[in-house]
Design a binder for this molecule. Structure first.
Ligand SMILES: O=C(O)C(=O)C[C@]1(C(=O)O)C=C[C@@H](O)C=C1
Length: 363
């Protein structure tokens, strides 16, 4: 019940725009000339619905280019007049909100580093009280769905109804092919909890490079995202921020034109369609798996009783490791990924420990 919000579906925001909503523009506004020419090139492709530009840039470390500030809003406003396209900027505090609204910005977005901080989100929400704004909330940098939903709730409580979420991936430690790991299960769960919310994917920040943008954009479309935010620059290699992940307007258009858009539901002509039959097979398998899991837990409880009588610890690292290793091997031979088997077995093992804990210490 906590999650119930009245959110305006994206189709009503800008009725003339077809799915997917494409937001593009430079990571940062650098000069008037750079911003306007990039925006004009984007408009000329006919592929872009909304122009974006970073005005205030929160960087990981100081002494990097931190954005041109409010002057950039004037340039963006000019780009809007010249192209007839809508505009979007990131806001991180009350001043940003007022300045952006003053300059006719159509969409405000809250960045990942701001979403993590409820004080900052609340400040933005307070500034938006009573304003008919359109706000997109990026996921927090850490993989915390509740924090993401909390930020959306704060904006909603201020009366904003045109709210969307931007998935830009999650920080991770160590080597990975992504700049920010997509962890798709998190936006999928967000959509399950807030079915009306517009979902925009930001492949630029997920990939951190140009090469994977098309693949991640397609993946987002196949997961039924409503739009994409992709950074572009007239000369990406010379960009003052995030050069590696920006593409030229022409490349942006190639990516968007190459997207395969699919229907959100399989059509049914009344009688059970092939997909209905396959879904009942899935239901049957899921029910058998649950029955097997429940039988496995009964055995674990009996082991728990035995351990209690013989004063043996619940955790048996050697046995556990043996189960894990042999199941990974067996599972891989059956076409299941190591990542999945590990996650699945760890959950089963924990459930088994919980049952044994009840048998040994509570019952
Ligand atoms: O083999 C045991 O001792 C069990 O209790 C079973 C089980 C399991 O569920 O697989 C549970 C806990 C142990 O750490 C190892 C394995």
């Amino acid at each position: 019940m906590k999650d119930r919000m009245t959110i305006e579906p994206i189709q009503n925001w800008f009725p003339e725009i077809e799915r997917p909503l494409i937001i593009s523009g430079p990571c940062s506004a650098e000069t008037e000339e750079q911003l306007i020419s990039t925006c004009q090139q984007l408009a000329a492709t006919g592929e872009v619905d909304v122009l974006r530009a970073g005005i205030w840039k929160p960087r990981t470390r100081p002494n990097n280019f931190e954005g041109v500030g409010s002057i950039g809003l004037k340039w963006l406003q000019k780009a809007k007049e010249l192209t007839g396209l809508r505009t979007a900027v990131e806001v991180a505090n009350i001043k940003h909100v007022y300045e952006a609204l003053k300059h006719g910005v159509d969409i405000l977005w809250i960045g990942a580093r701001t979403t993590v901080n409820p004080f900052s989100v609340q400040e933005i929400a307070d500034a938006l009280q009573g304003v008919d704004a359109t706000v997109l909330v990026k996921n927090p940098i850490n993989a915390d769905l509740e924090l993401w939903i909390g930020a959306i709730e704060r904006i909603h409580k201020a009366g904003v109804r045109k709210i969307g979420a931007i998935h830009r991936g999650f920080s991770k430690y160590g080597e990975s092919k992504f700049r920010n790991a997509p962890q798709w299960q998190i936006p999928i769960e967000l959509k399950r909890r807030l079915p009306e919310i517009a979902m925009i994917c930001d492949p630029s920040h997920i990939c951190g490079n140009r090469e994977m943008l098309a693949e991640i954009s397609q993946e987002a479309m196949d997961l039924n995202f409503d739009g994409l935010m992709i950074e572009s620059h007239r000369t990406p290699d010379q960009a003052l921020s995030d050069a590696k992940q920006q593409v030229t307007p022409d490349r942006l258009a190639e990516i968007t034109k190459g997207l395969v858009l699919r229907k959100d539901k399989a059509e049914s002509n009344g009688s059970p369609s092939p997909i209905d039959l396959m879904r009942s097979q899935i239901d049957q398998f899921d029910s058998e798996i649950l029955t097997l899991l429940s039988s496995r837990m009964e055995v674990a409880k009996n082991i728990g009783k035995y351990k209690k009588e013989n004063n043996v610890t619940i955790l048996q690292p050697e046995r556990w490791n043996q189960i894990l290793q042999s199941s990974i091997e067996k599972g891989q031979n059956k076409g299941l990924s190591e990542e999945f088997i590990e996650k699945y077995l760890k959950a089963v093992h924990q459930e088994s420990i919980n049952h044994q804990n009840v048998v040994m210490n509570i019952e």
